[in-house]
Design a protein around this ligand. Structure first.
Ligand code: DC
Length: 226
């Protein structure tokens, strides 16, 4: 019997974590789990139900009746795929507050840990190395300068035809989210001592992927794959 293996990746918004994590998972035959998408899906539901996303009681009123899962590169909200809807700017603007609520986090962490008990995973987020998979086989902290992260997001939006936001506004939004994610009371984003730092500021996606894969290969683990 091969082992279940886990690769935990944390880092700030826009560092290229998800792109890199998805490719690493594909190359290794592991399941990719985008935990940010899960917090986004919860936020989408709060907004769709016209609840106040900054009112804790409103946010928690749907906790028991909400079903969220991430499978085969898709995010499910109450059984429906919501991959596109969760990327909407209105979701991005509200998600940090909702992700700071303890009860919401506890529910998401439970789901994430269950997934990692069934499959070898590459999981990315903000608390994966610290809370969700503290005993992961490999831990990485993927980051880039705030200016570079802003520039990448700006180019991405431009390529989608979204031109009503300036580079400065995007950098401001990212810095605000960094601040909330790193300074919140519940499971703040932290670079742990046992994580390998991957600064992608001047790396291509392939170079970032190669760096992670070569470290994993050095570990010579016999992991179960899909
Ligand atoms: O990675 P992302 O931008 O899609 O994450 C969306 C938000 O969710 C972001 O504010 C950080 C938060 N998040 C979190 O608190 N814990 C995670 N494991 C993943 C994301």
């Amino acid at each position: 019997m091969k082992d279940l293996c886990s690769i935990a990746i944390d880092g700030p918004a826009g560092a290229g974590k998800s792109t890199v994590a998805r490719i690493v998972a594909e190359k290794l035959g592991f399941e990719y789990v985008d935990t940010g998408a899960m917090y986004r899906a919860y936020t989408l539901k709060v907004l769709n139900m016209n609840l106040d996303p900054e009112n804790r009681d409103h946010v928690l009123s749907i906790l028991e009746d909400t079903d969220i899962d991430f499978m085969e590169n898709h995010i499910y909200l109450d059984g429906k795929i919501v991959d596109d809807e969760i990327r909407d700017n209105k979701v991005s603007k509200q998600v940090s507050y909702i992700a700071s609520i303890k009860e919401v986090r506890e529910k998401m962490v439970e789901i994430q840990q269950l997934i990692a008990k069934k499959r070898s995973v590459v999981m990315d987020g903000r608390d994966i190395t610290t809370v969700v998979l503290p005993k992961a086989n490999f831990k990485f902290f993927v980051t880039a300068s705030v200016e570079e992260r802003g520039r990448r997001r700006f180019l991405e939006l431009q390529s989608k035809g979204i031109k009503d936001i300036t580079l400065e506004e995007i950098i401001g939004d990212i810095a605000r989210r960094d601040n909330i994610d790193s300074n919140r009371e519940e499971s703040p984003l932290t670079l742990t001592e046992d994580s390998v730092l991957v600064d992608t500021t001047s790396l291509t996606i392939e170079e970032s992927v190669d760096r992670i894969i070569s470290i994993v290969k050095e570990g010579r683990l016999d992991c179960s794959t899909q």
